[in-house]
Ligand binder design. Structure first.
Ligand SMILES: [Fe+2]
Length: 211
């Protein structure tokens, strides 16, 4: 079923038909459509990062990974999924997995594993805890696989500027974890109070490249 929103082409056709859009110089409709619908790429694609060995298919659709009373710093991760022109992408899915506060992956079940959809305008949000460190990895991270029709599947990881391993300067120290290939994946963390507890928040936009 179609939403009531017009495509750019439909909007342009209506403007021409209604006389509210006039070309100042002779220009064919075809050329006008070409120019109007050109998407300018203003963003770079989100850097890819290793899938790692702990991905498990079959995670449930939920935005809440954190259980009541779970130890660790409560963390909200929000953002949007867009193309390289900044346009929100409908029908995008983000699959995330991470360790708990103690640096443990759930290999038996699906704790701290989830699938969330990104909706136009509001993007996505997940409620989790700050992942712990574990022996084979230096930096705290959340894994993500993002899929969007017509775009390349993005496999990446989210890192945190507050991670002690970056010693307060992620741009200089990101190579302390050899798997962090690009400091763009390391995001600032903001802290705020919720019901007398400190909560952390991170923003992470997924910029998708056309397939
Ligand atoms: Fe990992």
């Amino acid at each position: 079923m179609r939403s009531g929103k017009l495509t750019r082409r439909e909007a342009l056709e209506k403007c021409i038909a209604g006389g509210s859009l006039l070309a100042a110089a002779p220009i064919s409709d075809v050329r006008l459509f070409e120019l109007w619908t050109q998407e300018k790429e203003i963003y770079k694609a989100t850097p890819t990062n290793a899938l790692g060995p702990f991905f498990k298919k079959g995670a449930a659709e939920t935005a809440i990974l954190r259980g009541p009373g779970d130890p660790g710093l409560p963390l909200t991760v929000t953002g949007t999924v867009t193309d390289l022109s900044g346009k929100d992408l409908y029908d995008s899915w983000i699959e995330v997995w991470q360790t708990d506060h103690f640096g443990r992956y759930d290999l038996e079940g699906y704790r701290y594993r989830a699938r969330v959809s990104a909706t136009c305008g509001t993007g996505y949000a997940i409620e989790t805890v700050m992942p712990g460190h574990y022996p084979d990895r230096v930096a705290q991270h959340i894994h993500a696989i993002v899929t969007s029709p017509g775009h390349k599947t993005l496999v990446t990881q989210i890192y945190f500027a507050t991670d002690p391993v970056f010693v307060g300067d992620p741009d200089r120290n990101y190579k302390r974890d050899p798997l962090v290939e690009n400091p763009e994946l390391i995001r600032p963390v903001t802290l705020h109070e919720v019901d007398g507890r400190v909560h952390a928040a991170v923003n992470f936009e997924f910029r998708m490249e056309k397939a």
